[in-house]
Design a binder for this molecule. Structure first.
Ligand code: 6LW
Length: 505
């Protein structure tokens, strides 16, 4: 059947996948956002539903002082003997660790640290042994995958870390995963860096430590040779392989959607793509559609794909808080939810600081979106932000200074902080903030006692990874700031964030 990519849309980078029984589980990186490492479940590899997060307690991950795009890097999920393992790196502190659970819907353990450096750790289990691998570099500074055996109960290294593969020569050798399929061992990795030259490569051997022979046509999967006029899907790389009950193999990998044919910017972050894998009799495999990932892919699956709608309102969120993310170390006392209202107590931290402002966000998953929220009361500053990081965000907010109430549209792009428009609404009673977006632009307006006032627009490219750098994607948030000594709650109601799936073209 033909599936539509991406299968998980929005900022869900560095996917890793495992099979447990008849279900599949997938995890992604989360960087400075909390809770960390979203988990998805699927019965068919195309329809994915978020079921939780692995890192839900600050005892597992303390993000208080991590930089943006630091914190929680690429995770790997594995299932062995009834136990789920999620292994990742706290990149800010250069520490690799894993957490475990026997209940995928429940809480995960405290972290178990492994004394091997590098990023993108992965685990491989065989015959009671646990192999731990991560990236690193050799004596000449060239990328290299290192592997050791660990005591899985304690994380203690049982063997020396040995170099097992140096990749195919691309820069940034990352995301190693080891598999045993039909008697062969495979080390699969990403190279090229998580940008336009990204790719998946692999090598085959007879032993978990190799020697591995590189696939002679590496990369096995990449869109790096396709210009924007050939593919708006770029950056394909960093993936993991899984085999279904029918014996069909698939790679779930990351990629991104650039704005348009001649507009090489992406701001929705790196997303999850599905590609088929085919083995030959000699045990070599090819992937995708002749090695590339397309929006529409023919795969050996039978379940119908339902295009997931990421739209939400307060009612949805009061029932299911999973799409909500916070910056670093939120103080949950500052957030009060009911079915149709959210109260936020601001703190002294504002959106332009790499700290923990009062902010609750939802990943933007589609280019076309529209948001509307009524601000019922404001302490000093409360509103909506379209947020890439502390340096790059568009804010539409209500401010209260003494008794003067204003609606303000502010652009913060790099070191330019610019108030585009400010209108006095001190004598009005009903304030609605609205934003809508397409591939290129965010448009902001307010509705004051029924009258619609356009406030201006901000280009999406200034929130893109190409401009801002980093590894995250745009998150749309509600926030409050109150720098006074006795901060108060601001109140939001009638929140709707609609996301409209891109047309199939
Ligand atoms: C991640 C690395 C990568 O650790 O980006 O796409 C880094 N690949 O493997 C951050 O997401």
């Amino acid at each position: 059947m033909i599936i539509t990519n991406p299968v998980i849309r929005g900022f869900y980078p560095d996917p890793s996948v495992c099979k447990a029984g008849n279900k599949y589980y997938l995890v992604c990186s989360s960087f400075q956002y909390f809770p960390g490492v979203p988990i998805f479940e699927s019965e068919d590899l195309v329809n994915w539903k978020q079921i939780g997060h692995c890192l839900t307690r600050s005892s597992q991950i303390d993000l208080e002082s991590v930089n943006s795009s630091g914190g929680v890097f690429a995770p790997t999920i594995r299932y062995n003997d009834g136990v789920f393992y999620m292994v990742t790196t706290n990149d800010t502190y250069h520490k690799n660790f894993y957490v475990t659970t026997t209940d995928i819907y429940g809480e995960w353990s405290e972290p178990i640290f492994v004394d091997q450096g590098g990023i993108d750790p992965s685990l491989y289990f065989e015959d009671g042994k646990t192999y731990f691998m991560s990236n690193g570099s050799d004596e000449e500074g060239r990328g290299c995958i290192y592997q050791c055996e660990i005591d899985v109960k304690t994380g203690e290294r049982l063997t020396e870390s040995k170099p097992i593969w140096k990749g195919s020569g691309g820069r940034y050798l990352e995301s190693p995963h080891l598999y045993k399929i039909n008697g062969n061992y495979y080390i699969m990795a990403a190279e090229g860096g998580t940008e336009y030259g990204h790719m998946i490569t692999y090598a085959k051997g007879n032993n978990p430590y190799g020697p591995f022979v590189s696939y002679h046509k590496n990369p096995v999967l990449t869109n790096r040779n396709l210009g924007g006029h050939q593919s708006k899907i770029q950056g394909i790389g960093h993936g993991d392989m899984v085999i279904d009950n029918a014996g069909n193999a698939f790679i779930l990998c990351l990629g991104f959607r650039q704005h348009d044919t001649w507009s090489p910017y992406h701001h929705l972050g790196r997303e999850v793509f599905l590609a088929p894998v085919y083995f030959d009799e000699d045990g070599w495999f090819v992937a995708g559609d002749a090695g590339i990932v397309k929006k529409e892919m023919e795969v050996e699956l039978t379940k119908e794909q339902k295009i997931y709608d990421y739209s939400v309102d307060f009612e949805d969120l009061s029932r299911n808080k999973l799409p909500l993310i916070y910056l670093r170390k939120p103080d949950y006392d500052n957030y009060k939810w009911t079915d149709n209202c959210l109260k936020l107590k601001g703190c002294k931290t504002d959106l332009s600081q790499a700290l923990s402002p009062t902010f609750v966000g939802i990943r933007q998953s589609d280019f076309n979106s529209s948001l509307s929220v009524e601000v019922k009361s404001v302490s000093t500053e409360a509103g909506v932000t379209v947020y890439m990081d502390e340096n790059n965000h568009y804010d539409l907010y209500v401010s209260k200074v003494d008794e003067k109430i204003s609606v303000v549209f502010r652009k913060c792009i790099a070191d330019i902080k610019h108030i585009e428009k400010s209108i006095d609404v001190s004598n009005n009673s009903n304030i609605i903030l609205e934003m809508n977006s397409n591939n290129y632009v965010y448009m902001f307006r307010c509705i004051i006692d029924g009258e619609c006032i356009e406030l201006g627009s901000g280009q999406a490219r200034y929130l893109s990874s190409e401009v801002c750098g980093g590894f995250t994607g745009v998150v749309v948030g509600l926030y409050a700031v109150d720098k006074t000594e006795n901060p108060n709650y601001s109140e939001f109601t009638k929140f709707v964030f609609n996301q409209v799936v891109e047309e199939n073209k």
